[in-house]
Design a protein around this ligand. Structure first.
Ligand SMILES: NC(=O)c1ccc[n+]([C@@H]2O[C@H](COP(=O)([O-])OP(=O)(O)OC[C@H]3O[C@@H](n4cnc5c(N)ncnc54)[C@H](O)[C@@H]3O)[C@@H](O)[C@H]2O)c1
Length: 260
C-alpha cells in the first residue's frame, strides 16, 4: 500500500521502518519541523498537509503529530476520502466534530490511544478472565501499572481501559478508585494504582486474588515499536475491511472494531 505519514517525529520514523518491513511504500513524510521530512509545511498550514498527501497518491494516511495540530490535520485530511489511522492523543473533546465530518464527507478513520496489538489482545484476555472469575466471589481483583518517571499523567490511559474491561467482565465492580485508600475498600470498588520509576516503557498487571491463590496477568511493553507496527496493521485491516464492505465509510472507528 502507498502510505503518507503526517508527523515525522519519533513515531513517524518508527512507523516508516515498520511499514517498509511489512512491504508497504512510504510515498510522503510530512512535518512542520523535522529536517529530514520529504515535505515541510508551516505550522498551522493544514491545507498544505492535505495537498501534500493528495499529490503523493497515498492510499492510506497515518497521523502521529501533536495534540495541538491533530484536529486541524483531520479537518483538512478527511475530505480527501483516504482512510486515516490517527495515533495522536489528547483530542477526545473533538471526536464528535470529526465523526460528523467523516459522515458528511464519506471519509473513514480510526483512532486509538494504544495501537499495540499485544495491548489490544490483553484487553480481551482481561475481560474474559474477569468474566470467568466473577463467578467465584472469593476472588477479588485490582489493576496496577508502572511507567517511566517522565510520564506526567496517571493512571495511564491504557490502565483505565484495562479497568473498564475488568468492570465489563465483572459487574460487581462498579467504581474505579485511582487514589490511595484511607479506609477499607468496598466490595464494589476496583483499585487502579500506579508507580512511576526509571525508564519502564509500560507495564500493566491485573491481580485476581483469593484466600487460596492468586492469578496475575501482565502485559509488559519492551519499546514503542509495538505501537508503530500496530498502527500499520490497523491501516491494513481498515483499508481491506472498507474495500470488502465489512466496515462502512463515514465513520470513526477504534481498534476494538478490528479485533472484537
Ligand atoms: N496511539 C498510540 O499508540 C501512540 C503511541 C505513541 C505515541 N502516541 C502519540 O503520538 C503523538 C506523536 O508522538 P511522537 O512521540 O512521535 O512525538 P514527536 O514529538 O517525536 O513527533 C511529533 C511530530 O509531529 C510534528 N507535527 C506537529 N504538528 C504537525 C502538523 N500540523 N503536521 C505535521 N506534523 C506535525 C512535529 O514537528 C513532530 O516532528 C503524541 O500525541 C503521542 O502521545 C500515540
Amino acid at each position: 500500500m502507498k502510505i503518507a505519514l503526517v508527523g515525522y517525529g519519533k513515531m513517524g520514523h518508527m512507523i516508516e521502518s515498520s511499514a517498509k518491513a511489512l512491504g508497504h511504500e512510504i510515498v510522503a513524510t510530512i512535518d512542520v519541523v523535522s529536517k529530514d521530512a520529504g515535505v515541510v509545511v508551516e505550522a498551522g498550514d493544514y491545507d498544505g498537509v492535505a495537498d501534500a498527501v493528495r499529490k503523493s497518491g497515498a492510499e492510506g494516511v497515518i497521523e502521529f503529530s501533536h495534540p495541538s495540530a491533530v484536529v486541524g490535520n483531520l479537518r483538512a485530511l478527511v475530505p480527501l476520502g483516504i482512510p486515516i489511522v490517527c495515533g495522536t492523543t489528547g483530542w477526545a473533546s473533538s471526536e464528535e466534530e470529526i465523526s460528523a465530518l467523516l459522515a458528511e464527507k464519506n471519509g473513514v478513520a480510526m483512532r486509538s490511544s494504544n495501537f499495540s496489538i499485544g495491548v489490544n489482545m490483553f484487553y480481551r484476555i482481561v475481560e474474559e478472565a474477569a468474566r470467568l472469575l466473577s463467578e467465584y466471589s472469593e476472588y477479588d481483583v485490582a489493576v496496577w501499572e508502572a511507567h517511566h518517571n517522565q510520564k506526567a499523567d496517571s493512571p495511564s490511559g491504557t490502565a483505565l481501559e484495562v479497568a473498564r474491561r475488568v468492570m465489563a467482565g465483572n459487574p460487581s465492580k462498579t467504581e474505579m478508585v485511582v487514589d490511595a485508600f484511607h479506609e477499607r475498600p468496598k466490595a464494589n470498588e476496583l483499585h487502579v494504582s500506579s508507580t512511576r520509576v526509571g525508564s519502564v516503557p509500560g507495564t500493566h498487571t491485573v491481580f485476581f486474588d483469593s484466600p487460596a491463590d492468586s492469578i496475575e496477568l501482565t502485559h509488559r511493553a519492551r519499546s514503542r515499536e509495538g505501537f508503530a507496527r500496530g498502527s500499520v496493521v490497523a491501516l491494513e485491516k481498515l483499508v481491506s475491511r472498507v474495500n470488502s464492505g465489512s466496515l462502512a465509510r463515514g465513520k470513526l472507528y477504534g481498534m476494538s472494531d478490528l479485533f472484537d
